[in-house]
Design a protein around this ligand. Structure first.
Ligand SMILES: Nc1ncnc2c1ncn2[C@@H]1O[C@H](COP(=O)(O)OP(=O)(O)O)[C@@H](O)[C@H]1O
Ligand SMILES: [Mg+2]
Length: 510
């Protein structure tokens, strides 16, 4: 197969970090090539070099066999390279069609020809099965659809090589399946795709070849038919990792959290929780499975004081949590690893050290007579950084500049160190790499073994299945089924999650 692209000995240095070191990477025509590596491995940097956003400090690029200099993205686009960034770059108040043609508008006699633009958008979207509504405004469409708009935008500009930077991180399992079909259609047509991820299963499911990078260097490039999950994990992390969670039989105690017939509305004032009931006991991990949007977020918000309930009860150690503010709820012994870590979990412009003691900062020894004690904060933070394996230059680094995985470790460290009776973990490993996932899963199991109650809410069935002692399925605002973790199967849970059959809730609850 012909090589469309070769990156030869690419080096890119940032102050204090070698983000890419002598990287060799190539892409054949008609292949899906996965670029696999942990957070911070250098994947995005390498792609930014390719797309003309960064000038490399060494090495060269060849496009269809010839050396090229890609000094800016316009050159990349002209060559036929398209990039869908991890954070989308769409203009929210504009329509889908307007965003797609922006900067490359067709014109007729010097006037913008929106009709022609819409027609072309429709053609492309049919050709590749990229369902979008050209008239819809970006601000009103789902993240999955925004991603399709970004892909269309690249195709509209004639991309023959499409770079997708961690495209599945923001998608539901169903959307991932759709995206895979789209990628397949692209390569069937002779285009090529660079698919960036840190998820091993996706590599094996989607890619033809995979290049593993670790700390800026290429570790290996291989055909996925010759690769295994364990083998890739080891190359990616640099040591053997256990993808399965080791845990002993749960020693279950009293009920810590009792939710009964809970009702609440969503942001659009429609019923989101419609009589939700569940119990989490001391010493168990209760996994709540469900398709996104079935009331999970509202349940978490009610339990953490961020949303009022409209009926029912939520009792913690026999006392109601309803009507309390977040601080009062935390004082009752609830810890929360939130879904949206940037918005809810961290103060991005505070340092790592400050974030680690957030919530305890008004207490001794961190605050004495209203004055923050820098020394005490630093010592505590340094200890936590070490024990939770948080990769940061220091305690004074701003939380904003840490990678997603390390931001999540900061939150997990803070919440677990407060030693709450109930830990609510909402998508705790979303967007994290294998090493960080393994680490967080172990900490959750440890919390359970110390007799804590853990409520795990996750869209990842794998995560629910590997951690939970009991599993509940939430569908349209109700727990419709419950099973012991060791009896659950993916197929059965999937059926319940789609409202397919009634569960055995009565039986399981006994
Ligand atoms: N603009 C930048 N300035 C300084 N350091 C950066 C910049 N972009 C990335 N880095 C650093 O380079 C390394 C690789 O980052 P990145 O390419 O984003 O990794 P990945 O995409 O694999 O998660 C990290 O240590 C990161 O902190
Ligand atoms: Mg990246």
């Amino acid at each position: 197969m012909a090589k469309v692209l070769e990156m030869v000995g690419i080096t890119k240095v940032f102050p204090g970090v070698i983000a890419n070191e002598d990287v060799h990477f190539d892409v054949e025509q008609g292949e899906i090539h996965a670029l696999l590596g942990e957070n911070g491995a250098g994947k995005t940097t390498l792609m930014n070099v390719l797309y003309g956003l960064y000038a490399p400090d060494g090495g060269e690029l060849r496009w269809q066999g010839k050396p090229v200099h890609i000094g800016n993205p316009n050159v990349a686009i002209r060559l036929g390279i398209g990039m869908v960034h991890q954070h989308f770059m769409l203009v929210p108040p504009m329509t889908v069609a307007e965003n797609i043609v922006l900067g490359a508008e067709p014109s007729k006699g010097g006037l913008l020809d929106m009709a022609a633009a819409k027609k072309r958008v429709r053609e492309l979207s049919e050709q590749f099965g990229l369902k979008v509504d050209p008239e819809a405004k970006i601000q009103n469409i789902s993240v999955g659809m925004q991603q399709r708009v970004e892909i269309l935008k690249a195709l509209y500009r004639g991309a023959g090589l499409l770079i997708l930077d961690e495209p599945t991180a923001v998608l539901t399992p169903q959307e991932v399946t759709e995206l895979i079909a789209i990628m397949r259609r692209l390569v069937e047509e002779g285009r090529s795709v660079i698919f960036i991820t840190h998820k091993l299963k996706e590599v094996l499911r989607i890619a033809d070849r995979v290049t593993v990078i670790r700390r800026g260097r290429v570790i290996d490039t291989l055909y996925t038919k010759d690769a295994t999950e364990d083998g890739l994990a080891e190359k990616m992390v640099g040591r053997k990792v256990s993808l399965r969670v080791e845990k002993d039989e749960a020693r279950v105690g009293d009920v810590i959290l009792r939710v009964r017939d809970l009702t609440a509305a969503n942001n659009r004032h429609l019923p989101a929780l419609r009589g939700c009931s569940l119990e989490v006991r001391r010493g168990e991990i209760y996994g709540l499975a469900g398709v996104d949007g079935n009331g999970q977020s509202e349940l978490i918000e009610v339990l953490t004081g961020l949303r009022p309930a409209t009926g029912g009860e939520a009792m913690m150690n026999g006392k109601s949590l309803l009507g309390l503010n977040p601080r009062a709820i935390f004082a009752r012994g609830v810890g929360h690893i939130p879904e949206d870590r940037q918005r809810r979990g961290l103060v991005l412009n505070f340092t790592v050290g400050e974030n680690l003691i957030l919530g305890s900062h008004h207490r001794q020894p961190f605050s004495v007579r209203g004055l923050l004690q820098g020394g005490a904060i630093d010592r505590r933070a340094e200890d936590m950084i070490q024990r939770y394996d948080i990769r940061t230059p220091g305690t004074k680094t701003l939380a904003r500049s840490l990678s997603g995985g390390n931001q999540q470790k900061v939150i997990a460290a803070r919440e677990m160190e407060r030693d709450p009776d109930l830990l609510i973990a909402a998508q705790p490993t979303r967007g994290l790499d294998v090493g960080a996932i393994e680490f967080l899963h172990r900490r959750l199991v440890e919390a359970r073994d110390r007799g804590k109650a853990v409520l795990l809410i996750s869209l990842e069935l794998d995560e629910i299945l590997s951690l939970s002692d009991r599993i509940g399925v939430i569908y349209e605002g109700r727990v419709v089924a419950e099973v012991p973790g060791h009896e659950a199967t993916e197929e059965q849970l999937g059926l319940w999650m789609s409202g397919g059959s009634t569960g055995r809730r009565g039986e399981a609850q006994g």
